[in-house]
Design a protein. Structure first.
Lengths: 348, 278
């Protein structure tokens, strides 16, 4: 990763009585694809708007390329935004929408033409120059919005749930294309979404947020495999969260049995939450198993079955390609490195 | 929808009786020599067109054009910033200000004209209170001020209603792409409000062009607009005095009607949903 391009220091922001960002600290590296992920109302969009210059922080500083830019207007920042509902100009055609920023910069007509045509090719909209915005499909509008921002060659592109309005197939295509573009152009992308799958697919770094605070920052693998809290575990993918007791380093007890694990550093006999991903539980013969339960429900999900097994009154979810019938007695096993321990969250 | 059709009949009848039939009568009158007190004589003729070479009529047409254009331009210059300001206000303040503009419109126009007439008299309430005499009766300035005051709201409302509905994100997008406040206004806000401007211009210019009570009362009859000519042509006929011709009056009315129809077509072009018309 390159150097730190953006540093947000101690940012707080309230709307009325509501604290939206609470002493928020984040740095963003050059050429990074960073995703702010969280439920709606967690402050991720506000964070983006502060970066874009559309909101000013009540407290704290935003540093860009070594300079504090708190007081810079949006039009003075080397940052462009791809808005949630695109915000394309309805009175201009595709060409003029994309050329808008370049015309403001008073570039020559030829240079503008060349840049616009190149970017149109990149977003696969060659031949659409003269179309009015209202005649485009959602996916095409999305591409125009991205082209309009990227054609200015900003250092940073902010994207506010840009794919939210698209259908699943198109969304997956665009995820791939966005990632490709980011890699090709070497522009820093700051992406906001509430869709964990989108975040996992595209990001170099994921920032999980809730109530204006950062809960965890890490690579998609880190966030998925080592969630730092119950909230993150639940928000990113599905999780079985089981109450347990840490006996000693590398040894945890739950469901009345002792399991080997890879976590350490807890106090002796500390109450903990044990997180096991549904795909990490495997069926074995009940006679050999430490965890034994009865199949409670079964849903066919295409690639896998989603099977709920009732173990000592606690329902565990398992994703497996193996078929079991409702009412079957099953044994479950889990590898030590798939048992993830976090401190007990008594509020949950 | 079909079941609702009977309910439209009274209104259709109303339109037929009070719009369609009078229009037909105007056409017949304009292209014939039919007279109010002499219904026996009826010949189709183009002789009424001679009125358009009379100095009095040409002057009145020019006056109508000049006064309505000046009124419209000044209404636009005052009205656009007001509409823009209104659209940026929080809802509560905006409603209060809108009410302050709308409520006076509910009082009769004639009353408001008479009020201006009183203010423009040498010995007005303004003179009593402040010792300032605004002696503008019978002057072009007085007529213009009256017209601007009368028609300004019709400029403000359509522009306001377009600006109010405009997506604020578009302005943010323009700034995001490097546009200054001024550039944003010129390249985004104003073009997007042009529908409201066209509606506002037409809704100001048309009634200004055809107004006749206002120039008659505030202009003291010294400033004749085309409406005054039409009025006098018809009134003199009714009174049986000389210089009367309902045929000529009808022809001038038809000319104004053509203006109205063209304007309406223009409005429907720029504003397909009719959102700027109040």
């Amino acid at each position: 990763m390159g150097k730190k391009l953006i540093i947000m220091k101690n940012i707080s922001k309230s709307f009325g009585d509501q604290l939206v960002l609470d002493n928020f600290n984040l740095y963003i590296n050059e050429n990074e694809f960073i995703t702010l992920l969280g439920p709606s109302g967690c402050g991720k969009t506000t964070c983006l708007r502060i970066l874009g210059g559309f909101e000013t922080a009540d407290e704290g500083t935003v540093e860009f390329n070594g300079k504090i830019i708190n007081d810079l207007e949006p039009n003075q920042r080397e940052i462009n935004t791809c808005f949630q509902k695109y915000a394309l100009f309805p009175h201009l055609n595709v060409y003029d929408n994309i050329a808008f920023g370049l015309k403001i910069k008073k570039m020559s007509k030829d240079a503008i033409h060349e840049r616009v045509m190149n970017i149109l090719k990149m977003v696969k909209l060659t031949g659409f120059e003269n179309r009015m915005i209202s005649t485009l499909s959602g996916g095409q509008q999305q591409r125009v919005a991205i082209a309009r921002a990227l054609v200015n060659r900003p250092k940073v592109l902010l994207l506010d749930e840009p794919l939210a309005a698209l259908d699943l197939k198109l969304r997956q295509e665009m995820q791939y294309e966005l990632k490709e573009m980011q890699r090709e152009l070497g522009i820093t992308f700051v992406y906001v979404t509430h869709d964990q799958e989108e975040a996992l697919t595209m990001s170099d770094t994921i920032v999980v947020m809730d109530h204006g605070k950062i809960l965890q920052i890490g690579t998609p693998e880190d966030i998925y495999n080592e969630p730092s809290s119950r909230f993150v575990a639940n928000f990113i993918g599905e999780s079985n969260i089981i109450k347990g007791v840490m006996l000693e380093d590398y040894s945890v007890e739950f469901f009345g049995e002792t399991f080997e694990c890879v976590d350490k550093g807890f106090k002796k006999s500390e109450a903990v939450d044990v997180i096991i991903r549904p795909e990490d539980l495997d069926f074995i013969s009940p006679s050999k198993a430490k965890i034994v339960g009865i199949v409670d429900s079964l849903i066919f999900r295409g690639v896998h079955y989603e099977i709920n097994v009732l173990v000592e009154g606690k329902e565990l979810t398992i994703h497996t390609t193996k078929h079991r019938k409702i009412g079957d007695k099953v044994g479950l096993s889990v590898e030590p490195n798939n048992i993830h321990i976090i401190p007990r969250d008594n509020n949950a | 929808m079909r079941r609702l059709r009977p309910y439209a009949i009274p209104y259709l009848l109303w339109m037929g009786i009070f719009i369609l039939i009078p229009t037909i009568i105007l056409i017949i009158l304009g292209f014939s020599n039919l007279e109010l007190y002499n219904l026996g004589v009826f010949d189709l003729t183009l002789v009424n067109f001679r009125i358009f070479i009379q100095d009095q009529v040409i002057n009145a047409l020019l006056n109508s054009l000049i006064y309505s254009v000046i009124t419209t331009v000044i209404c636009f210059i005052i009205g656009y910033p007001v509409a823009y300001y209104l659209s940026t206000l929080p809802e509560k303040k905006r409603k209060i200000l809108l009410a302050m503009m709308i409520v006076p419109l509910w009082s009769n126009m004639l009353l408001r004209i008479i009020a201006w007439e009183k203010i423009f008299q040498p010995t007005s309430i303004i003179n009593d209170l402040f010792g300032i005499s605004i002696d503008l009766l019978g002057t072009p300035t007085g007529v213009l001020i009256g017209m601007i005051a009368m028609y300004l709201p019709f400029m403000i409302f359509p522009i306001f209603s377009v600006l109010e509905k405009m997506d604020y994100k578009l302005i943010e997008a323009a700034k995001d792409l490097g546009a200054s406040d001024y550039q944003t206004f010129i390249k985004v806000t104003f073009p997007l409000s042009s529908g409201g401007v066209v509606s506002g211009v037409i809704m100001t210019m048309l009634p200004a062009m055809t107004s006749f009570v206002l120039p008659a009362r505030i202009g003291l009859g010294k400033i004749n607009l085309i409406g005054n000519i039409i009025e006098s042509k018809f009134m003199k006929e009714v009174l049986g005095s000389s210089g009367a011709s309902i045929n000529q009056g009808a022809l001038i009315s038809l000319l104004l009607m053509i203006f109205s129809v063209i304007s309406f077509v223009l409005i429907t072009r720029v504003d397909k949903e009719g959102e700027t018309l109040i």
